[in-house]
Each structure stands twice: as C-alpha cells, then as structure tokens.
Design a protein around this ligand. Structure first.
Ligand code: DGJ
Length: 733
C-alpha cells in the first residue's frame, strides 16, 4: 500500500505520462559497481532516470525525492515536443510524409543469460506501424552496460529513417570535461581534454572505412572537473560500429545528453515493409575512480566480450614490413624466421609483397585482388614458408588486404563492376594511384572476400595469424549492385557486408589470430575488434612518439590488443635515433613484436633483444591480462612518464618508466605506484638492464607497498638522459 503510494507520488514527480491502470516499471539494472535506472510506463513513455555508481532498487524513488533524477526519454524521437535540451535519437519519415514519431511503451521484459541481464522495452508509434524495441544489457563480470534498439516496419510501405542512433544517455550536467582521441596517419589517437561547452560537441567519422583514424569512437566525460587519473566521477562510452558514426554531446538547459549511433549524414536508410533494422551496440561504463577506472573497466570488458581470444596470451612476432618492405623472397623470409626464432620469438608474419602472378606486387600500384603467390619470389609457395617456420620452431602468419583491388589486377580486369563507384563518374583511386575499394554491399563480392581468407586457411592450415589491412577511404559512395533508391545506404550496407564476411570467417576459423590493421591505427575500434584479436597501433613505430599514441590507445583498449613493435634506429618514419633498450621498454607495454631486419642489429643489440624477449615472456601474463595503472602521463610534460600493470592479487607488478622531455636540472617527480597493495612487501627486479651484469640500483631491493604507494620511487638517477628507460618487475614476498 505504502509502496504503491510512493510510486504514484514518484510518477507524478517524474512527470510521467501514465495512462490509468497501466503498469509502471521502475527498473534498476546493475553491474558490480554501476547502475542504470529506467522508468517505463506501459501506455506512456520510457525514461532514463539515472546512470552512475551503483544504487539499490529503492534508490530510484529517492532520486525523485532528491530531484536528482534526469527524466530524459530513453529513446527521444523527432517531430513532436520532446522538450528543450533533448536531442532526438530517432527521426523517421512516414510514407505520407509525416516527419514525427510518437512512441509509447507496450511491454517491458527482463531476462538473463550466461552473459548478463537484459531489459527489453517495446514501444509502438501511436498511429504509424513502427515498432521499436530498446535493449539494455549488463555484461557479466564487468562494469559495462550496452544498449541498442531494434526498429521494425510493420506496415506495407517504406519508411525513411533519417536518424537512428543507438543510444541517448542523459548525464549529470556539471563541470564536465570531454576526453577524446584524435589523430591522422602516423599520429593516431592523441588525447584531447576539453571543457564541455554549452551547446553541442560532436565526434564523428565520415571517412567510410578507416573510421577510427581521425576521431576514435571512444570518449569519456567527467562529472566534476578536470579529468584525473585515479579519482573523480567519469562516464566512458564507445560505439560498436565500423562504419561512419556520430556522437553528439548536447548541453542545453542544464541537461547533458550523449546521443551516439551510425552517422546518418548523407546516409539515410529506407526501412522496407517487414524489415527490422538493428542499431549497433553502444557500450558504456561509469567510474568514481577517474579515467583509470574507466580504462580498467573497458580493458576487462574488451578482453571478455570486445575482442577475440581476450584471455589467451599472445605470441611474440617479427613482422617483415619495415625489414624488407615489398622485397619479399624465400631466402629473406627464411633468414628472418631463423632470426626471430634465435631471439626467442614465436611467430613470423610475412607482410605485403608476396602475391600477384600476372601483375607482381612490387609496390603499392598493383595486384590487390590477385591473391595467388608470386612464384618468382616464392618458388616453394606458402608451403615453403610454413615448412621453414616449422623448421625453426615458430608459427607463420601472412598479410592480406581483402577489401581492396588495384585497377592493375586480374580481378579488376575481370570484374570492374565489383568496385565502389558512382554512376556516370570516373572511379576515384587511392594508394599508388590505382587502389579501389571492393563493393561489399554485393553478396557476390562478399563471397569473394570470404574466399580469399578461406582459401588461404583451407589450403594452408598451418597459417596461425593473419594481418588484415585496409588502406583506403570510401572514396566513391556508389554501388552498381544497389538500386537507385538504396544508393544512400552504401556505407551502412558495406559495413553490414563486411560484418557478414568476418562472421563467416570466425565461424569457420575460430582459432586463427587476426590483426586489424588499417593504414596503421585506422580501425582501433570496438566496431571491428569483435572479429579480431588485436590492432596495429600506428605505422609510426618511433618509440618516442609511440609513448603518446599507446598512452591514448590504452584509455579504452587493453595491452593484449595493442600491437607494439621494436623497429630500426633511426626510425623510418621520424628519423629519430633511440637506444634499443628504450625501444623495447616502450614496445613491451603492449603485445610485443619486432618489425625490422634483425641482421641490421649490432651484436650487442642482438644479445640485448634476446634477453628482453625472455624477460617479456616472464611477465607477459601480467601485461596482457593484468590491470593497468597509468602513473605519470607523457602529456603532462613532467620530464618522465610511467605506468604499471598488476595481477588481480596485486602480488605481481610490472613498472615501466621513461625519460620523455629531457630538461637539465628540472625536478623529476616521484613515481607513486597507485595500484600496489599497501600491506605487501615487494622485491624489485630490473627486467631489461642494457648490461646484464649491471642492473639498476633498485634491483634486489625489498620495499613496502605503503612506501611505494605514498612515497614512490625516485628514478632521476636512472632516467637521467634523453631516451633512458627502466622496466621493473615487483614480486610480493
Ligand atoms: C599499411 C600497414 O599499416 C603497414 O603496417 C603495412 O602492412 C603496409 N600497409 C603494407 O602495405
């Protein structure tokens, strides 16, 4: 009786639109540390009332009492009065031209399976035959909640979808800062932190294919001031879509709402009678432990749900690209395999340059599409390579760029219509002046792209790893396969086609490790990662610049997925010269690999590399599967930068620190190990001394967690020159 009365009062306070006798649902959906609170009134509207740190069921009523609920429509629609400061998530044009949508709730269901708990809110338009099902799902053992919608045309005529976002999440308007990651080729993902202005801030991509290159679809919003690493209330979100996307942050009238979804600019979608469109998932978390809390939540979720084989340690590899570029041949490949095996590596990856019979692939101008091995370069075929790998006791991997063709290729000679192109226009070309994009809207082309990987893996079951590259933008928004009224759907249908291909590959080849590469880091996104194991972080392998790019990639993406390779000095992209130890100490914070000609190393470098690889193996599990604590950011220009990884019990830690801005007589901050257990004592080991006989002064010392956390390590005598670095293992005694 009392509860009913409270609900009635609360529904009045919430301003809900309840029809008499209809059921009102107040749902609190929780993970271990977060909750979302939703009120859905059958016969009325559905609202998000809360998203933040964990609350109890009864707290949803207390939110109303405090007037600290947001009361924002859970899926705002365009065309009718949805209130000031609310941005629409759904905008439809009905067959009679009506631009408005009016959704009311018809059913609310809650379910659970082994992956989490689901909330399903079914809504119908009051007049037109449109059904929307909105979902919220917790992801078990993580603090991430995902949300998406399913839009169905139940009528007999097409409905144009002008906007169909995945989510509209209200957040507390306060002293909000937005953290986002922006870049370009060889300089991906720099961190930008900016106060949220009144009005609108948009993060989007229109590149078509490399949709994480300029703006990453992941972002954070603080609630109470400047972003801090280990404290403060922070929201983190990311869109699981590989095509163009748009994330709008709207701060108006004391409200802050995030609307995230497919970018429907120039890309409306015609929903046919009987058709259901499922929007991509939007994944989010909330932390009261600053940016670090958001990162750790996403790393855990990423390893469990967001990428392939997230709990399986990765092999240490040598990639041939920066070692030989297109000059691939049997001897060089064998020599590199022998070297990486001698060095203690476990996998060799032959990059570009191995294919093309009629048109050999000697540079970027030809052959994409012709995936037969070039017998002049590799007379023994792939078998010759996998046999050699076996001989050296390592695995073998291979590069492909299957979504592409060159106009100089047998494929293009045969199927010029398989390429994206706009009617009555000359085809645009990219890399090498000849690269074109295959039309994955076309199911025949999807079959062909699937067959490239399928043939390779079927005929060579020894292939353990694939590097899947994509080096073009969606240059021409046109498909010979799609009808005139569907041309506006090219980007969406391309990515649906790509998903279909990747799904088929994964169903048939669940064990192969696949890297997601796209002119470097063009696809560092959970929109692609569900089918991949890792991403190529950047074509820029300069360890110094990588410090910045890897720091930012680590905001959302776990170390296990971050391909990080030691390359030559001077670096091929920046010409910067750095010591081999610095290069290893930087690469070791991700999935370690090498990308150089090992024969070009000095004897001393070779010997050091062997030891560094052995050391990485000894702590690989902590780096790849542990928790990351970022300690001193290179972006803060405090002379040094430092980070640490910890296992779950905090009994095994790995610390990396670097001199980043060498300044004479400048203060060097203490490195305080925020992630240690204060009640443990730790023995320190120098993991990568340049001279094995001369480890750093900390080697062998035992220090208490209390001191490490509150006083910290003073590393000024180690990080005393440009590009000096240290890697330490700490083991609880
Ligand atoms: C672009 C990639 O990012 C590089 O790592 C390399 O694989 C080249 N393509 C090969 O053409």
């Amino acid at each position: 009786m009392k509860l009913k009365f409270i609900i009635l009062i609360m529904s009045l306070l919430a301003g809900t639109n309840q029809l008499s006798g209809a059921k009102q649902h107040h749902i609190v959906l929780s993970t271990e540390n977060t909750s979302i609170g939703i009120t859905a009134n059958e016969g009325g509207r559905s609202y998000i009332q809360y998203y933040g740190t964990k609350i109890q069921q009864e707290d949803i009523y207390r939110l109303f009492a405090l007037k600290s609920n947001y009361t924002s429509p859970s899926y705002p629609t365009f065309g009718l009065n949805i209130g000031h400061g609310v941005m629409e998530a759904l905008s439809l044009q009905m067959p009679d031209g009506n631009m408005s949508t009016d959704l009311y709730v018809t059913a609310v269901d809650q379910n659970s399976d082994k992956n989490g708990n689901y909330l399903e809110i079914t809504m119908l338009d009051s007049v037109y035959p449109i059904e929307v099902k909105q979902y919220f799902k917790t992801c078990n053992n993580t603090d991430v909640i995902t949300t998406w919608t399913q839009i169905s045309n139940k009528g007999k005529k097409s409905i144009i979808m002008n906007k169909f976002a995945s989510a509209a999440i209200p957040l507390q308007r306060g002293d909000n800062y937005v953290c986002h990651y922006h870049g370009r080729w060889a300089s991906e993902n720099y961190i930008y932190e900016t106060p949220m202005p009144n009005g609108e801030l948009v993060l989007d991509e229109k590149e078509g294919l490399r949709t994480a290159w300029y703006n990453n679809p992941s972002f954070m919003i603080t609630q109470d001031g400047k972003p801090q690493e280990e404290y403060g209330n922070v929201f983190g979100g990311t869109l699981l879509w590989g095509g163009n996307y748009k994330i709008q942050m709207v701060a108006e009238n004391n409200k802050l709402t995030v609307v995230a979804g497919i970018n429907s600019d120039n890309s409306a979608y015609s929903l046919e009678p009987g058709e259901t469109f499922i929007t991509p998932e939007f994944a989010m978390t909330f932390s009261n432990q600053g940016k670090g809390g958001i990162s750790r939540a996403f790393h855990k979720w990423g390893r469990t749900y967001g990428l392939q084989h997230g709990n399986q340690e990765r092999d240490i590899l040598l990639n041939s690209w920066e070692g030989v570029y297109f000059n691939v041949n049997q001897e060089k490949m064998e020599q590199m395999m022998k070297d990486i095996s001698d060095l203690g590596g476990e996998l060799f990856v032959m990059d570009d340059g191995w294919f093309g019979e009629k048109y050999p692939r000697n540079n970027g101008t030809s052959s994409l599409g012709d995936w037969g091995i070039n017998k002049n370069k590799l007379p023994l075929g792939i078998k010759g390579l996998t046999d050699a790998a076996k001989k050296y006791g390592i695995k073998f991997g291979i590069w492909i760029e299957p979504e592409m063709a060159n106009t100089i290729s047998e494929l293009y000679d045969k199927h010029p219509d398989w390429v994206l192109q706009c009617k009555n226009r000359k085809i645009s070309t990219g890399r090498g002046g000849t690269q074109v994009v295959l039309d994955l809207c076309n199911p025949k082309v999807q079959d062909y792209v699937f067959s490239i990987t399928d043939n390779l893996l079927k005929n060579n079951p020894e292939i353990a790893y694939i590097k899947w590259d994509c080096n073009a933008a969606m240059m021409d928004y046109g498909s010979t396969y799609l009808s005139a009224d569907k041309q506006m759907e090219v980007d969406i249908r391309y990515h649906m086609g790509l998903r279909n291909v990747l799904k088929r590959i994964r169903e048939k080849y669940p064990d192969v490790i696949i890297q997601c590469c796209s002119s470097g880091g063009g696809r560092i996104s959970y929109g692609f990662l569900p089918w991949f194991d890792e991403f190529w972080t950047s074509d820029n392998t300069d360890a110094y610049q990588r410090l910045y790019m890897q720091w930012s990639a680590s905001q959302f993406y776990p170390a296990i997925a971050m391909a990080s390779h030691v390359s030559a000095s001077p670096n091929h992209q920046t010409r910067r010269e750095t010591p081999i130890k610095f290069r290893f100490d930087v690469a070791m914070t991700g999935r370690l690999g090498m990308e150089m000609q090992p024969q070009d190393m000095t004897e001393k470098e070779y010997e050091f590399s062997k030891r560094a690889i052995a050391s990485y193996k000894s702590v690989r599990k902590i780096i790849q599967l542990g928790d990351l604590y970022r300690l001193i950011s290179p972006y803060e220009h405090k002379n040094i930068s430092a980070l640490m990884f910890a296992d779950e019990q905090k009994s095994h830690l790995v610390i990396f620190a670097y001199n980043v801005d060498y300044m004479h007589s400048q203060q060097v901050p203490f490195v305080k190990l925020t992630g240690v257990d204060e009640n443990k004592n730790y023995r320190i080991k120098d993991l990568t001394p340049m001279d094995a006989a001369k480890p750093c002064f900390l080697n062998g010392k035992v220090i208490s967690g209390r001191l490490l956390k509150h006083t910290g390590l003073q590393l000024k005598d180690i990080l005393n020159k440009p590009f000096t670095s240290v890697a330490l293992e700490l083991t609880a005694e």
